[in-house]
Ligand binder design. Structure first.
Ligand code: T46
Length: 134
């Protein structure tokens, strides 16, 4: 399984760091939505779904967390620990987010507006979707 983790260019000087993300340049899709999660309770795992068409980039802009990616054949755990790293998550990837530090802020850049119909929340349906869309 290929994991695509972007390392964004920080513009640092004596004042600190700044990261700018532009669609088409740093982000490979049009950004239609941004959301973020914080105050995640200890021991919580979020996600447990895939998407039919949504593409996303996950950036842990503060603290740390881990992402489990599953393409239906193989699973990989990717730590997100730096505010200048972005994990690309394709539509057809089962995802679980866990091991959030208490100060974690996980920001997500998404290619589509929120649409519950785009979610695949049943693991067997996900495996079927992967088979049909190889
Ligand atoms: C994903 C992972 C990484 C909205 O109203 N609008 C939104 O844009 C989103 C993302 C969520 N919501 C509502 C729907 C639920 O009532 O917020 C609540 C929590 O959403 P959900 O349980 O889907 O959150 P996660 O953390 O399990 O998954 C989220 C995204 O939904 C999902 O697309 O890939 O983060």
């Amino acid at each position: 399984m290929q994991v695509i983790k972007y390392v964004f260019q920080p513009h640092g000087d004596e004042r600190g760091q700044l990261v700018a993300l532009e669609e088409g340049k740093d982000i490979p899709f049009k950004i239609k939505r941004v959301y973020y999660m914080y105050d995640t309770a200890k021991g919580v795992t979020r996600g447990y779904h895939a998407h039919k068409s949504l593409e996303q980039i996950l950036i842990c802009i503060h603290g740390s967390c881990k992402i489990r990616l599953d393409n239906g054949y193989e699973k990989k755990v990717v730590p997100l620990e730096k505010p200048y790293e972005g994990l690309y998550v394709a539509n057809n990837m089962w995802r679980e987010m866990f091991d959030f530090s208490s100060d974690a802020v996980l920001m997500v850049l998404a290619s589509e507006l929120y649409d519950e119909n785009d979610y695949i929340r049943n693991y067997d349906e996900f495996l079927q979707f992967v088979k049909e869309n190889r």
